[in-house]
Design a protein around this ligand. Structure first.
Ligand code: UD1
Length: 416
């Protein structure tokens, strides 16, 4: 199993390019199932999760051609309407094939995701939504089996805001008969990016980015060209790493507009930030101030940035209270950060972090994607060497992370 070895202490300096957003690329790739014509994507990130989604779609019959960060996908010969357990268990976002398959082919077999490191993460809202649109759904041998002659538009209210739930039902509704209204829909920029791509393919969607999305079904979608939006979580992760190490960095090919809340918190921590259209510059000249935060659906503070800010708070001046409201059990990085000397108490969904003057390098283990990112940040500030085991989690969501960090002056290497 691969590991990362980091010699801490180097402030990050310099400039890097941000990749396309993982959480936009995955649903948009699934949109290729909705049409027989070519979907030509650009700014596709080079990630393990993207490769897994590509394999899954290829198994179904989608023809995929990758050249650099461009991916051409053609869904003219889809024959296998199934997402098998061995794929869904490694990547929960595989469930995003469910909506498009039922919408275009009238049938789908998708494995239930099962347990997941950051909580139980059910898919009941995806299933209920499809049922409201007229799909017959049974659970057989751990698989969701969905059938429908043609889905019908419906009014669907989400009890809990769900990102992939909103995306799955939006993709189902674009080919349904009549109008679908999604209420209490997710407003994440990645939902808007998917909607924009579907609109390019001929879908009729209004209200994406608000909590009420109205989709009027059409008979067919056509091909399109689409560029994936920049990854706001990758951007945020590098900014926190620079702030924690007292660095000075510039991110290119990003977007400050979708990072409002994260940039505000970094400023509260003492960072100086300047933004232009697709550029963010951050400079940190002081020991960070501790920042309180509470995760919630967009536009509030993202759960996918909680672990990285915890790493920042471990070496901050003062104490911070951090509340996780989206996922149960998303504090697994706490015990690893403690191994580096962090002082953190957890009670239910609240963590109290008391800043210490410095961390000390140690052996730690990555437990999930964003937890891994927090360990990398902690390793960059810790004195001496930190070795992070199980970094396959990191490769799922960060493109070429050690190359980008090395370009910023970090002392980091991969041990095979
Ligand atoms: C997506 C993101 C993930 C991010 C999360 C929250 C992708 C591929 N992944 O995950 O990076 O951390 O949004 O911003 O985009 N829930 C139910 N029933 C359902 C669906 C969800 O109870 O049917 C609950 C979940 O357990 C969780 C909450 O709703 O407590 C939000 O989850 P959701 O937004 O669905 O997360 P994902 O879409 O899986």
């Amino acid at each position: 199993m691969q590991k990362l070895a980091i010699q801490g202490g180097n402030p990050l300096h310099g400039e890097i390019f941000i990749s396309g957003a993982k959480n936009a690329a995955l649903p948009i790739m699934c949109a290729s199932l909705l049409s027989a014509d070519s979907l030509r994507l650009s700014n596709v990130p080079d990630l393990h999760d993207v490769a897994t989604m590509r394999k899954l779609l290829q198994q179904m019959g989608v023809v995929v051609d990758v050249q650099g960060d461009c991916m051409n996908m053609q869904g003219g010969n889809v024959t296998k309407l199934e997402a098998p357990y061995d794929m869904v268990k490694t990547m929960r976002a595989s469930v995003l094939v469910l909506g498009p398959l039922v919408a275009r082919f009238g049938e789908a077999m998708v494995s239930l995701p099962g347990g997941c490191a950051i909580g139980s993460r059910p898919v009941d809202l995806h299933i209920k939504g499809l049922q409201a649109m007229g799909a017959e759904i049974s659970i057989e041998h751990g698989y969701i089996h969905a059938k429908a002659k043609r889905l019908k538009g419906a009014r669907i209210f989400f009890d809990i805001v769900s990102v992939t739930g909103t995306e799955n039902l939006m993709m189902a509704a674009v080919l349904a008969e009549g109008v679908t209204v999604l209420e209490n829909a997710a407003r994440e920029p990645e939902v808007v990016d998917l909607a924009n791509c579907l609109i390019e393919m001929g879908a009729d969607i209004a209200g994406a980015g608000t909590d009420m999305i109205t989709i009027t079904g059409v008979d067919r979608l056509h091909g399109a060209e689409y560029s994936i939006l920049p990854d706001r979580i990758e951007s945020g992760t590098f900014l926190v790493a620079a702030a924690a190490t007292g660095g000075n960095i510039t991110l290119r090919n990003t977007s400050a507009n979708i990072l409002d809340n994260v940039l505000e918190k970094l400023q509260e921590a003492g960072a100086k930030i300047q933004t232009e259209a697709d550029t963010i510059h951050l400079e940190m000249r002081q020991r960070p101030n501790a920042v309180n935060l509470r995760t919630a659906p967009y536009p509030a503070f993202p759960t996918d940035m909680q672990a990285q800010f915890m790493a920042l708070n471990t070496i901050a001046q003062g104490s911070a209270m951090m509340v996780e409201t989206i996922f149960e059990n998303r504090f697994m990085h706490v015990q690893e950060l403690r191994r580096l000397g962090a002082q953190i108490d957890v009670e239910g969904n609240t963590a109290v972090v008391r800043g210490v003057a410095s961390l000390e390098g140690a052996m730690v283990m990555a437990t999930d994607l964003r937890a891994s990112a927090s360990l990398v940040i902690a390793g960059l500030v810790a004195q001496g060497e930190t070795v992070i085991d199980r970094i396959y989690h990191l490769d799922r969501g960060y493109a070429h992370i050690e190359t980008k960090l090395t370009a910023l002056g970090a002392n980091i290497r991969r041990l095979k």
